[in-house]
Design a protein. Structure first.
Length: 280
């Protein structure tokens, strides 16, 4: 299904959900996740996307801006690794490189929504719009640039789907750093430290793309940020609800600005401002 959202806004209005106490999760959960991945991969050998889904377990939101070279591979990879009861919501945030035309030419699929905008609003705004259209018990985020392998997103999703966590972050730093840029590593450490100081969480990678949330919880949280401030905002707001938050390792293949990386130093300062704004 293709929805032309033009240049309209996407504010979320919802009531506060009941708070839940945060607790650290044992790393033995990772072993259970890994044992499950092979079974899910086998299930995905069945044809996906051709039949109506009676119940949606997982919604994957893919915000896109000028990713014509990598988006087809991301969507193909999601089809390969995600559980059959998964919907993918692609939010094209005003692309100008042929991404919009490629998406418009895709055949309709029961498990995929394509939302196309004429104007660029920012990643946070695209995620907010995707959340509004989501139906899954779990809502996860996957960037369209292939810096993160969608196969690792399954590990991020599983604790929420299983009910052992309300939010899971896929950390690039649990098994050592994977970002070749020391500047990005230092910036991420600074932002994560600031976020942890204000929220009381103990994250190693607040800025990670790979995040998964309880769907009802996420849909009930009013979100404001339009750009990369979404990351500290959602982190502060789930911490304020005392959600059960955990991290699992995720792989990362960084790219440079010449390859299309969009986050810059101004976004780092904006993230610091958001950390202060949404402090507990």
């Amino acid at each position: 299904m293709t929805i032309d959202n033009s240049c309209t806004t996407d504010d979320l209005f919802a009531t506060e959900a009941e708070s839940q106490e945060w607790f650290p999760v044992e790393f033995r959960v990772l072993d259970q996740i890994d044992q499950t991945l092979e079974l899910l991969a086998q299930a995905n050998s069945l044809t996906v996307g051709d039949h109506e889904i009676d119940q949606i377990d997982v919604t994957v939101i893919v915000p896109v801006f000028n990713e014509i070279d990598t988006l087809p591979g991301v969507l193909e990879r999601l089809d390969e690794v995600m559980p059959p009861a998964t919907e993918v919501i692609v939010v094209d945030d005003g692309s100008t490189d042929g991404t919009s035309e490629w998406l418009a030419a895709q055949p309709a699929r029961a498990n995929r929504q394509i939302i196309q905008r004429r104007c660029n609003h920012g990643k946070g705004s695209a995620v907010r719009l995707g959340v509004r259209h989501s139906q899954g018990k779990v809502v996860a985020i996957q960037d369209a640039d292939l810096e993160y392998d969608p196969a690792d997103l399954l590990r991020v999703i599983w604790p929420v789907l299983e009910g052992t966590a309300d939010a899971v972050y896929g950390s690039r730093y649990l098994h050592g750093h994977q970002d070749p840029s020391w500047l990005h590593r230092m910036g991420n450490r600074l932002l994560t430290f600031g976020s942890n100081t204000m929220t009381g969480l103990r994250l190693t990678d607040m800025e990670t793309c790979h995040k998964a949330f309880d769907g009802d919880m996420l849909r009930s949280i009013p979100l404001e940020q339009r750009r990369f401030g979404f990351e500290p905002e959602i982190t502060a707001k789930i911490a304020a609800r005392r959600a059960r938050v955990m991290e699992v390792p995720t792989q990362y293949q960084g790219r440079g600005f010449a390859e299309g990386k969009k986050i810059g130093w101004r976004d780092g300062f904006a993230a610091l401002a958001c950390i202060w704004k949404y402090r507990r």
